[in-house]
Design a protein around this ligand. Structure first.
Ligand code: PAF
Length: 282
C-alpha cells in the first residue's frame, strides 16, 4: 500500500493509473478507523480498480476547538487496518499541504441550499462549508470516478452531492449503510470518548430510531416523535439536540406520512460526546 503525504507525489502516482484508464475510488476519512470505514473500503474494492483512502483531520469543519484537539489520531493502527483491508493508496497530507495559508482562512463559500442551515448546520455553524471545502480539494487531488461516504452522516452526503452538482464534477457519490455494534450503537470514531455509563445510555438513540421505524405505519407523526423524544429525555446523561422525521432531500420535517423519502434523524450529547444517527423510513 502506497502512503503519500503531498499533492505532487500523489499526482505522480496517479498519472499512469489515469493513462491506463483504471477506475479510481476514494474513501475520504478523518482516520480513527473502525468497521464502518472498513465496510466503505470493501464496497469500494468491489466497484473500482484502485481504492484510495484519505486520512485528514480537517480543521475547517470543526466548530469547537476542543473537539478538534481531542479528535483521536491512531495513525499506526489506521495504516495497519487499511493494509489488511487491501486498500491500494493512502493520502495523508498535512494541514499546510491542504491549506497553504493556514491558519488564515481561504476564501470559500458555496451555496449548498437551505438544508445547510438545518439540523447539524444549526448546531455546528459553518460545518458544511468546511466539509465541502476539504472534499472538493480531495476530489481535485485524487480525481476519483466514484467516492464513498457513510449514511451515518446523512446531511453530509446531501451537502457533498450539492457541492458536486455545483461544480459539475464528473464522479459518482455513493452513500453506504450504517454499520452498528451488536447492541445497535452506530459506529463512530467518537465512541471511544464514551465512558461505560455513557456507552450504556447512548443505546437509547438507536432504540428511539428503531421505535419510529417499527411503528411508522401504526402511529401518527406527533405520537411517534413525542414517544421517541420521551425515551431519550428520560435517559440520564443524554441531552437531545434534535429528533426529527424529515424529507430526505430538503431535511424539512414531514407533515404527511404518505410522503416518500422520509428519514428519522437524531443528534444528542451523551456525557461530553455528541453523537448523530439516522434511519431511512420509506
Ligand atoms: O465524514 C468524515 O469523516 C469527514 O467529514 C470527511 C468527509 C472525511 C471530510 O473531512
Amino acid at each position: 500500500m502506497e502512503i503519500v503525504h503531498t499533492i505532487s507525489a500523489f499526482k505522480q502516482l496517479l498519472k499512469p493509473l489515469k493513462k491506463e484508464k483504471l477506475k479510481i475510488a476514494l474513501v475520504p476519512t478523518m482516520g480513527a478507523l473502525h468497521k464502518g470505514h472498513l465496510s466503505l473500503i470493501e464496497i469500494a474494492k468491489d466497484s473500482a480498480d484502485i481504492v484510495v483512502c484519505s486520512i485528514f483531520v480537517n480543521p475547517t469543519q470543526f466548530t469547537d476547538p476542543k473537539d478538534l484537539e481531542r479528535y483521536p489520531r491512531p495513525l499506526e493502527h489506521d495504516i495497519k487496518m487499511l493494509t489488511d483491508a487491501g486498500c491500494n493508496m493512502v493520502f495523508m497530507p498535512t494541514v499546510k499541504e491542504m491549506y497553504p495559508t493556514f491558519p488564515v482562512p481561504e476564501d470559500w463559500h458555496l451555496d449548498l441550499g437551505p438544508a445547510e442551515f438545518l439540523l447539524e448546520g444549526e448546531f455546528r455553524k459553518g460545518h458544511y462549508q468546511g466539509v465541502t471545502q476539504i472534499v472538493k480539494k480531495l476530489f481535485d487531488v485524487v480525481e476519483p470516478d466514484i467516492a464513498f461516504f457513510g449514511q451515518k452522516d446523512f446531511q453530509q452526503v446531501l451537502m457533498i452531492r450539492n457541492m458536486v452538482k455545483h461544480f459539475q464534477m464528473p464522479l459518482e457519490i455513493v452513500s453506504c449503510p450504517i454499520i452498528r455494534e451488536d447492541d445497535g450503537l452506530a459506529m463512530s470514531s467518537r465512541n471511544i470518548h464514551l465512558s461505560p455509563s455513557d456507552r450504556e445510555n447512548s443505546l437509547v438513540l438507536n432504540k428511539a430510531l428503531q421505535f419510529v421505524s417499527d411503528n411508522f405505519e401504526k402511529l401518527d407523526l406527533e405520537e411517534l416523535l413525542a414517544k421517541a423524544k420521551t425515551m431519550i429525555n428520560n435517559t440520564p446523561g443524554v441531552e437531545l439536540d434534535y429528533f426529527t422525521i424529515a424529507d430526505s432531500e430538503s431535511l424539512l420535517p414531514v407533515d404527511d406520512k404518505k410522503a416518500h423519502n422520509s428519514v428519522v434523524l437524531v443528534a444528542a450529547k451523551v456525557g461530553q460526546t455528541r453523537l448523530i444517527d439516522n434511519m431511512i423510513l420509506n
